[in-house]
Design a protein around this ligand. Structure first.
Ligand code: HEM
Length: 552
């Protein structure tokens, strides 16, 4: 009994000592416990064995000691997180303060941005605690402070290197990031975009042809844009047409396996990213069957591209001729083009076309603006499209209301922490979320935030930009700072072109089912955030117009 008591006391003291060392401000990554913990157990076994203790007695001793250690540690962690963490000053659910599982569960249910919004409103605070070591901030001024300079990324993003290593979107070492980013920026700069647009046009031609054949019959818009944008991006990356777009009224002949696998990886990452310990465990497990398939398809696409002799500059060509990437890094970069660049544009287009279908007057005004600026044949060239204020307002407003990445990308508070405009001090190493949904639909930044008002972005119409845009910094669908989106210019050019082309060819409206009008509001309100925002099916009719702009 004496031995048990002194052992219990010793174990509890050890647990307290470990916790006091391992609970610096504001929290300690649990995976760092693992190695010392295993070594501690091994030393204990060695010590007991050297005292000629029987193996079954050693096992019992080990189990009870571990149980005491783990229970004491768990208790101390809970008490620390609830009462002694420097984040206790921020309001938030108790369960979120205790465990990251709270956030992971919200992510699993697809409701992180909505839950955060409700909590900010409930606690009437611009900063709330959403994890043992995480806060959510809804303040436009914080964007510049949190994403300033070479800010450290949040640890959430590390989940994306489970694909097999670092990519531009995960790398934390700034020396490597700067080197890689230069290559990315060169391949996505303004001089390249017109060349990409020529190829984008060939793919949109196919979608337009298909929709003309459909003659106004309803199509599911999410699938339509998904096929178009993946075809575009695979072409721009590998100079290969994967053929996902429908042809002659039939589903595209291309193989969707790759795209579907990437979609499900993003969903998985959206939950596991919130659980750093689980992320670590996954690193030690063998690659899943899906992961192996992605690798196989990726390797095949790269081998085919390497065998292709072409003058055409695609992302693969840009990346490989830079000499910056190893073969494995190259594969991960090109996969990133597709994961980062396809789903985002697809979702944005889908939402914008839903908004347009709900407002024929806005469609008409875009056509009018195009006609006024360009009297030639076909879609106005990119230098004209770029200067169409109203069209730009439509895209900006669409992205404001429905950014494809509502949750936003987290940053880690740097050494010395961050003090916000509100006076709140966020200690170093805290993961900070600034949800795009919260800031871009905040009435303080954008009055009448729930209304689709493209004129918001035209100064003369919105009272010199002060009436409907109170804070321009609050529009950040492409992120901010060193990690902001390198694909912004391409995404904007692609969306301008697709919207202009489609509206020139078609009137867009909702399908009515069984005589019931489609409820845009109900459909739009039903989004879920699985890292990329997902919405229900949307059936749109693209009713062909004649060349003179009158319906056929
Ligand atoms: C509507 C379309 C798009 C939206 C809303 C969007 C949004 C974003 C956001 C918010 C980030 C910042 C993430 C962070 O701070 O960690 C980001 C990063 C990134 N985006 Fe985009 N994106 C879009 C299209 C594209 C396209 C077309 C490409 C490539 C062809 C692309 C490639 C990337 C890459 C590589 C990064 C990581 C950059 C870095 O960490 O340095 N995106 N994007």
């Amino acid at each position: 009994m004496d031995i048990l008591d002194s052992r219990t006391l010793f174990t509890v003291i050890t647990a307290v000592a470990v916790q006091s060392i391992a609970s610096p401000i504001p929290d300690f990554p649990p995976e760092l416990y693992f190695f010392p913990y295993v070594v501690g157990n091994a030393v204990l076994v060695f010590f007991l064995a050297s005292r000629y203790m029987a193996w079954d007695a050693i096992a019992t001793y080990l189990m009870t000691t571990n149980a005491i250690f783990l229970l004491t540690s768990a208790l101390l962690i809970i008490v620390h997180r609830l009462y002694f963490s420097p984040l206790t000053k921020f309001p938030g659910p108790k369960m979120a303060a205790i465990t990251a599982l709270w956030n992971a569960n919200e992510a699993r249910l697809g409701r992180i941005p909505r839950t955060y919004k409700a909590l900010h409103e409930k606690y009437k605070s611009d900063v709330i605690r959403v994890g043992p070591n995480e806060v959510s901030v809804r303040n436009a001024d914080a964007i510049g402070r949190v994403y300033k300079g070479k800010h450290p990324r949040g640890n959430f993003n590390q989940v994306f290197n489970l694909v097999g290593g670092d990519t531009i979107a995960t790398v934390r070492d700034y020396r490597r990031h700067t080197l890689w980013r230069r290559v990315w920026d060169r391949s996505l700069n303004g001089a390249e975009i017109p060349k990409y647009l020529e190829r984008i046009k060939l793919h949109v031609d196919k979608t337009v042809k298909y929709l003309r054949e459909k003659a106004g019959e309803a199509v599911e818009s999410g699938k339509l844009f998904d096929a178009l944008v993946y075809d575009v991006l695979t072409d721009l990356t590998f100079s290969k047409d994967i053929g996902l777009q429908p042809v002659a009224g039939q589903r595209g002949p291309g193989d969707r396996t790759f795209v579907d696998l990437l979609h499900s990886f993003v969903r998985f990452a959206g939950v596991v990213g919130h659980l750093p310990t689980l992320q670590q465990i996954f690193r030690y497990l063998p690659t899943s069957a899906e992961g192996r398939k992605v690798n196989l398809i990726g390797n095949r696409l790269i081998a085919e591209r390497q065998a292709l002799v072409t003058e055409q500059k695609d992302f693969f060509g840009h990346f490989s001729s830079s000499g910056v990437f190893t073969q494995e890094e190259l594969k991960l970069q090109v996969l990133t083009v597709i994961t980062a660049g396809a789903d985002t544009v697809t979702k944005a287009l889908n939402q914008i076309f839903a908004l347009l279908a709900s407002r024929p007057d806005i469609q008409e005004r875009i056509r009018q603006e195009m006609n006024d600026a360009f009297s030639g044949e076909g879609v106005p060239p990119s230098e004209i499209l770029r200067n169409l204020e109203y069209l730009e307002g439509v895209i900006k407003e669409g992205l404001r209301m429905f950014s494809p990445l509502f949750r936003g990308a987290p940053a880690t508070a740097p050494k010395g922490g961050i003090t916000l405009e509100t006076g709140d001090y966020i200690p170093q190493n805290t993961q900070i979320w600034i949800s795009q949904y919260l800031v871009m639909t905040d009435e303080r930044n954008f009055p009448r935030a729930t209304e689709f008002l493209p004129e918001r972005w035209i100064s003369e119409e919105s009272g010199k930009g002060t009436e409907l845009v109170k804070d321009r910094r609050a529009w950040f669908p492409f992120g901010n700072g060193a990690h902001s989106c390198p694909g912004k210019a391409l995404a904007m050019a692609e969306m301008r072109f697709i919207i202009a082309y489609m509206l020139r060819e078609f009137d867009v409206c909702f399908e009515t089912r069984g005589g019931q009008p489609f409820s845009y509001e109900e459909w739009a309100a039903d989004w879920k955030d699985f890292f990329a925002v997902e919405v229900g099916e949307l059936f749109l009719k693209f009713v062909p117009r004649t060349a003179t702009g009158i319906r056929e």
